[in-house]
Design a protein around this ligand. Sequence first.
Ligand code: C5P
Length: 236
Amino acid sequence: MDNKPIIALDFSTIEEVQGLLRHFGHERLNVKVGMELFYQEGKKIIYYLKESGHDVFLDIKLHDIPTTVQKAMKGLAGLGVDMINVHAAGGTQMIEAAKEGLLSGTVQGVQTPSLIAVTQLTSTTEEIMHREQKVTGTLQESVLNYAQITYLAGADGVVCSVHEAKEVMNVTEPTFFRVTPGIRLLGDEHNDQKRIATPKEAVGKQATHIVVGRSITQAIDPYKTYKDVLKQWNGD
Ligand code: C5P
């Protein structure tokens, strides 16, 4: 998957996805399929998006014992997705197993999907982390710890906030992906996102990929908004 903005297809039906994509003509996009869409439409939605020429990030955050994750990843790699994720909280062995599963399930001649890990969910506050996970220290320390675990386990990157991306880079390496949601254009609704950034800020703060959902999908003109995001992201 190249570094074009990733459009979050947070819909529950293929018809809604088709309704959005109609605005984009034949433009090849990076899209993200989350649990809502994948659990309703299954493999069909992935085949549809791939046949339409798009790169797909399958955002279903696996978290289970290593063997189960390995076998699940083997099957999911066979769908031809380009990026997929796990929860870093599953630990080093689980992340390594995920990677092995992806390698063994990739069809010959196709690139192995990039493997990234979720560090702390953006819905987890430091207070919740202390009280419920019994993790001490700051939220940022936990994010950086998970980033290092993910890096050392051989994965390709993490999902993190724009505001953590630079620090993640500093404890890993520049080529390690920092995939950042919470992106808004100036004047947009924040919705439920707490710590947002514009595409331009994301560049300055060393994100390698941005995920943009509602700013594009709920826009009056999704294609024009996508082009505005792309322009800022490309520094034009
Ligand atoms: O609509 P919006 O741009 O807020 O969508 C962001 C997308 O990124 C959603 O699909 C959301 O589930 C996802 N995401 C997030 N924060 C994370 C991980 C994923 O917002 N930490």
